[in-house]
Design a protein around this ligand. Structure first.
Ligand SMILES: [Fe+2]
Length: 268
């Protein structure tokens, strides 16, 4: 795994972010080959049984951020920043735009679920774009050709438009590929407003929030809440080219913000 090295090119034009064709690093392709091969409905259900009870650890938000900081995201073509810098760039960009406090906090938290990697989960079970399992794969998912190696491809029931789901059943009833989005949603759901929870839970669900796929599984409430998911996305993406946050200077603000919404320790 690569160590964090050079700072992302600040002059990179925005249209080149997430440009998989131009700079599909071999590691990104390899990542999605594994992700699409192994994320089956059975796998997702097993991971939910393992993690949703939240019996792994008790730790504070800041403790989790420091815990996360050794990780490099193989699935992300845009950044060589550390995880903590990426989180603070996103939250600082929201703060500079005058976003509400819970929105700033959401920016800070959005990738904290990647601590899954530090429990020993492979990256293909933690990061990357997410997609529903147990129904047909949309052509809007990156590297769709890699699904040919997924065992669910051979289960006819999982390859119809609705698969195991009902029309417009709502995303809360749909199992997405397992990863850091679902995990941080489960960890924080007692503490944050619903708009924030949608942003956390679906920020990697690019086939839906960017390409409009899977609307046949969403209900009207999902559609409304996805406005917030889309509002958050530029801060996830384009904050990556900006300057490094000055940690000592902004730390007091974030300590106060975290304490406003969270107790000193929570269940993970
Ligand atoms: Fe993320």
């Amino acid at each position: 795994m690569a160590q964090q090295s050079v700072f992302t090119d600040p002059d990179k034009p925005q249209e080149q972010f997430r440009n998989y064709e131009a700079e599909a690093r071999e590691s990104v392709r390899e990542f999605y080959r594994l992700n699409h091969r192994y994320q089956t409905l059975d796998f997702v259900l097993a991971k939910k049984r393992e993690y949703l009870p939240k019996t792994k650890r008790r730790m504070g938000i800041w403790e989790a951020m420091e815990f996360l900081n050794t990780l490099v995201d193989d699935s992300d073509p845009d950044t060589d920043l550390s995880q903590i810098e990426h989180l603070m760039q996103a939250s600082e960009a929201i703060r500079k735009d005058g976003g509400p406090r819970w929105f700033i906090l959401t920016g800070l938290l959005h990738d904290l679920g990647k601590v899954l990697c530090l429990y020993g989960e492979p990256q293909w079970a933690v990061v990357g774009d997410t997609f529903p399992v147990g129904c047909a794969y949309s052509g809007e998912i990156v590297f769709p050709e890699f699904f040919s190696a997924n065992p669910d491809r051979k289960v006819p029931q999982f390859q119809t438009k609705y698969g195991v789901y009902e029309p417009n059943c709502g995303l809360d009833n749909v199992h997405l590929s397992f990863g850091h989005d679902e995990y941080i949603y489960q960890v924080t759901k007692r503490y944050l407003p619903e708009e924030a929870l949608y942003m956390l839970r679906y920020h990697s669900f690019y086939p839906a929030h960017k390409h409009g796929a899977y609307r046949h599984l969403m209900n009207t409430h999902d559609e409304q809440m996805f406005e917030w998911v889309r509002k958050f996305n530029p801060y996830d993406l384009y904050s990556k080219g900006r300057e490094r946050p000055n940690l000592p200077e902004i730390l007091p603000f974030y300590e106060g913000l975290i304490a406003e919404y969270f107790p000193a320790q929570i269940d993970w």
